[in-house]
Design a protein around this ligand. Sequence first.
Ligand code: NAD
Ligand code: GLY
Length: 368
Amino acid sequence: MIRRVEVGLGDRSYPILIGEGLLGSLGMEVRARVPGERVMVVSNPTVRTLYGKRAEESLAGAGLTVVWAEMPDGEEYKSLATAEKLYDLAYTLELDRQCPVVALGGGVVGDLAGFVAATYLRGVPFIQVPTTLLAQVDSSVGGKVAVNHPKGKNIIGAFYQPRLVLADLDVLKTLDPREVRAGLAEVIKYGVIADGTFFAWLEENLERLLVLEIEPLVHAVAVSCRIKARVVQEDETELGRRAILNFGHTLGHAVEALTGYTAYRHGEAVAIGMVAAARLAVALGMLPEGEAARVRDLIQRAGLPVETPPELSTGDLLASIYRDKKVLAGRLTFVLPVEIGRVEIVRDIPEEVVERVVEALAGCRGAC
Ligand code: NAD
Ligand code: GLY
């Protein structure tokens, strides 16, 4: 069962292929899209050990020569220093503009490899082979590529679309269950922001997804990618509507930043942020309480956190929220649900309302 989702961006359009065993056709798919004979595959030791051989055999089988560019595993290596090492390697081996960069890994590898592809020789072809659920439903799609700066995450980056996203669902079987749950946070996000029917389907099928049952998994990844593709087609460079993909990210980023990007997976922090955003919408009279409860319940059933960590004070969280890059021209922006399946981008929310909600999230541990 292979699903194909198109990202329609004119001459930069590309397919997302979703299914089992797709790694075996990587070589053929790359060959069909790029002229170069040599391929730089960016990965980390964890993923390369598991899937490097399979990827290389497929690429070699299609007559391509593989150059491995390995980066250490970890968010802290999504940096300019790592990118520089990859530029050095590419230049030393005389990789030219025809040679594609293939990202084989999760969002960290994908973001960094994409940044290198966007900037080496002013841009070389880029292929995404996402190996985490989060990367398959979110980071590999839509062209946001970046490295971190010591002062903040994803500060240095570009919009640079891949030529292909190849999402092999088999590789998810080796993921730590915590990573599966973190990916599911983004899947739930799509239901809340754009598709109430999908959200209801998730309520029905969550347990099957948690154990990676293939049929519901294909559906969940395909629907998620379709929703993201639609949003990106409408607003590729986030001048407006694309911001809805940041649902849950305002408080989520604050939690991640204040805990040093180590205590929480990105999806876990977003989960807390989604619960906060739903509560905020209730506090503003935009969303019925019962709908916010559904959002919270599903997130909790997925084994994701729904409260801010006890060590973070409301003051610290608020200070971080107001520093967040989503403060557009000095105005705080929240993406808030008005029903499950529809969100609005809301600015200028009174600070005392935000404070009340953040306080409530910290104050109701386990009880709400
Ligand atoms: P990650 O890339 O760090 O991967 C998580 C862990 O899983 C790593 O240790 C990795 O080595 C391991 N792993 C990957 N695939 C595996 C597999 N198949 N089996 C076993 N282990 C595997 O984390 P992530 O959650 O995939 O990505 C997070 C990154 O994505 C962050 O840097 C975030 O900023 C970025 N992101 C980008 C976008 C975007 O639009 N570009 C969107 C969301 C998140
Ligand atoms: N993950 C948010 C976006 O791609 O816009």
